[in-house]
Ligand binder design. Structure first.
Ligand code: ATP
Length: 317
């Protein structure tokens, strides 16, 4: 089973409006509310791939109940740590071709919640083959909390795939408990290694991937939107190119890409197969209006069009 961790889930609310009128009433009828948070998108991507998945993290209050109800409707198994604090709402106002977002920061939690979650997580680790961790931490949690999650998983020799950014990602890279795989996009990687990256220049990408901070991470997949991805898997580099497609809504494609990576590692596929699966999942997500949704009946058609080129032992100093 794959265990997915979402530490700060949300109810994502979308308000489509013809025109957003500031300082006046805007009435909206076609409201959509879904269980959101990057890790829940990963969960859906894994579920679409027909692999057993369990969602966990921290939820609370009526918003937390709503998240559980939504997951029930999608037939997704979950086992959250429940806090007394209310989970957050995230609002996206879709107007005149724009998307204006109002994102609550979420509950402020304390060290007691952190410790109780760690205990809960430990019981889940006993049945997990692989863990994915996505997104940000609740306010009040230590910035190196993901290091604690990786440390516990290490005790069970369970690989952790991490999709986070900034200080939270950095904390894991300088720790002795490192993720097995990370999937930054270009901006996230630039921020963490403090280096410019030109994504149309392979030697620049290779140089970034050779940064000492990334030394002991077995799999680093830099996702590059419509340009596909560039990866270092152990000591080999791979350029992955994808076909031009009709993009409807790219939000969450990084999460569904991570789902593809998790499924592939879980199933013991080749590196070539893993990169192709991940890109195909990401593309399929961009072609749907619903975040985290994929139409698997298009899978083979797009999988065939993903190309992986390998560079052997190429190092650029
Ligand atoms: P997000 O934060 O929205 O989840 P991300 O920045 O983490 O996304 P991206 O690199 O934008 O991740 O996208 C992940 C993958 O999804 C890409 O590697 C690609 O396979 C697919 N993808 C994303 N955008 C496009 C696009 N415009 N055209 C084709 N494929 C895309």
């Amino acid at each position: 089973m794959i265990l997915t961790i979402t530490m700060n889930p949300s109810v994502d609310i979308s308000y489509p409006l013809n025109k957003l009128i500031i300082n006046d009433i805007n009435r909206v009828s076609n409201v959509k509310k879904t269980a959101g948070g990057k890790g829940l998108n990963v969960t859906r991507g894994i579920k679409f791939s027909n692999i057993s998945v369990l969602a966990s993290g921290i939820i609370g209050g009526t918003t937390g109940n709503y998240i559980q109800k939504q997951l029930d409707e999608d037939n997704i198994d979950y086992d959250f740590y429940i806090t007394k604090q209310e989970s957050r709402n995230c609002i996206a106002i879709l107007h005149e071709g724009n998307q204006t977002e109002i994102l609550e920061s979420g509950p402020v939690l304390d060290s007691q919640d952190a410790n109780l979650f760690l205990k809960h997580y430990q019981t889940l680790l006993e049945k997990a083959d692989l863990v994915t961790i996505s997104g940000s931490l609740p306010q009040g949690f230590p910035i190196d909390f993901y290091v604690s999650l990786i440390e516990q998983a290490d005790r069970y020799q369970t690989p952790v795939l991490l999709d986070s950014s900034g200080k939270m990602l950095h904390a894991t890279l300088i720790s002795e408990h490192k993720p097995y795989l990370i999937k930054p996009n270009k901006e996230e990687l630039k921020q963490v290694i403090q280096m410019d990256i030109d994504d149309s220049d392979n030697s620049s990408l290779i140089k970034a991937l050779n940064h000492p901070l990334l030394n002991d991470i077995p799999f680093i997949i830099i996702s590059l939107g419509k340009k596909g991805a560039f990866a270092r898997c152990h000591d080999q580099f791979y350029q992955v190119t994808i076909p031009k497609i009709n993009v409807v809504n790219p939000v969450g494609s990084g999460d569904v890409t991570l789902a593809g990576l998790a499924v592939s590692l879980h199933e013991g596929e080749s590196i070539d197969g893993m990169l192709k699966r991940a890109m195909t999942m990401g593309m399929l997500n961009t072609m749907e209006s619903q975040t985290g949704f994929v139409n698997m009946s298009n899978y083979d058609q797009y999988y065939q069009q993903v190309k992986v080129k390998k560079y052997i032992n190429h190092k650029v100093n």
